[in-house]
Write a protein that binds this ligand. Sequence first.
Ligand code: FAD
Ligand code: NAP
Length: 339
Amino acid sequence: VHLQTDLSLKPFNTLSIDATATGLAQVADYSELLQALEWAQQRGLPVLPLGEGSNLVVAGDIDGLLLKQGSDKVELLDASDDTVLLKVDAGKDWHQLVQWTLAQGYFGLENLALIPGAVGAAPIQNIGAYGVEVESFISRVHGVDLATGKTLALAHADCQFGYRDSVFKGALRDKVIITSVEMQLSRHSHPRCHYPALNAWLEDHGITDASAQQVFEAVVAIRSSKLPDPAVEPNAGSFFKNPVIPSAQVQALLAQHPEMPVYPLSHTQAKVPAAWLIDRCGWKGQRDGDVGVHPQHALVLVNYGNCSGSELLAFARRITNSVSEGFGVALEIEPRIYG
Ligand code: FAD
Ligand code: NAP
């Protein structure tokens, strides 16, 4: 086990927040994982799974052992004329997996290109973008029970996937570390281009019958032009989830704000873009000291220097308060808060 103690977490979170952790173990396999669990148990420390730190707010010093997995094997478990079943280790970089699958002629992940992070974190919030969610491909999730060290496997239905949600954020939060993910992909390309920004980009570039590779390239181009690179402007992607609210409340809001975008999810509920609400409250581009809202992207909070996790969260609270006062809508923070 590669184990560091009392270390700075600045290089381990994309918001680049400087705080310390009691320990960080980088493990290569199951036996090293067990050694790390034992190390924490002997010291009475909680074990906190860590991927690439791209959906994480380090709110203060962490009294615990962060556990990061290194193994990035991809195994072909099964193949038919139509599909393949892959087992991908938690340490594999997500975007590299997307690129590799396309190169093999395994289709489906192209809309999820360029999402930062490791494969082990993908099921946690059921990563999604451009009209596709990762749960459509996940057949099984393998993990280890952090209390007992025993291995376990969850079928798709047991993962309770929802919009940016899963059982790993609920009943199994802090109880299980994901070690690998089984995914079924197609050997036939069925590009999904209905998402407005994607569709518009393809049209603008004169692409009518897009291939999966063209969808991949479009998503990479759109994301690169729109989203701030954490290496340049440290951020954790969308800081707030898009609120899902009752249709009656949507109607009341539309009466006052007819221009508000609304995406109906059912007869009774609809999704409203958090970015629109935040922008309307005047937060886009606002800054206080080292923390601010990105000038082009109202959902992205940026650490412009050396802001602390508590400063960032205090700023976020001012945003949620003003959206709540202005629209009566409660915004929820998307990233996990540690420390
Ligand atoms: P971390 O940030 O390291 O961890 C996140 C949470 O998952 C933590 O609570 C951690 O405990 C838990 N976790 C991590 N690994 C494991 C494991 N192996 N077992 C158990 N728990 C684990 N998300 C989207 O859904 N769609 C997007 O389009 C998108 N775009 C983004 C763009 C930018 C610029 C950034 C910075 C982030 C974006 N995100 C997006 C959020 C983020 O990329 C995803 O949530 C990603 O899955 C996080 O991976 P990670 O390895 O960095 O996880
Ligand atoms: P966008 O295309 O400007 O759209 C803004 C918002 O409207 C998005 O949040 C999106 O919801 C919603 N939306 C747009 N068209 C929709 C439709 N036809 N049906 C349902 N909802 C619709 O978004 P963006 O900020 O540039 O991001 C592009 C994609 O990448 C989005 O899917 C977004 O979720 C994802 N992304 C996520 C993160 C993160 O950290 N979670 C960061 C960056 C980008 P959805 O979010 O549900 O798609």
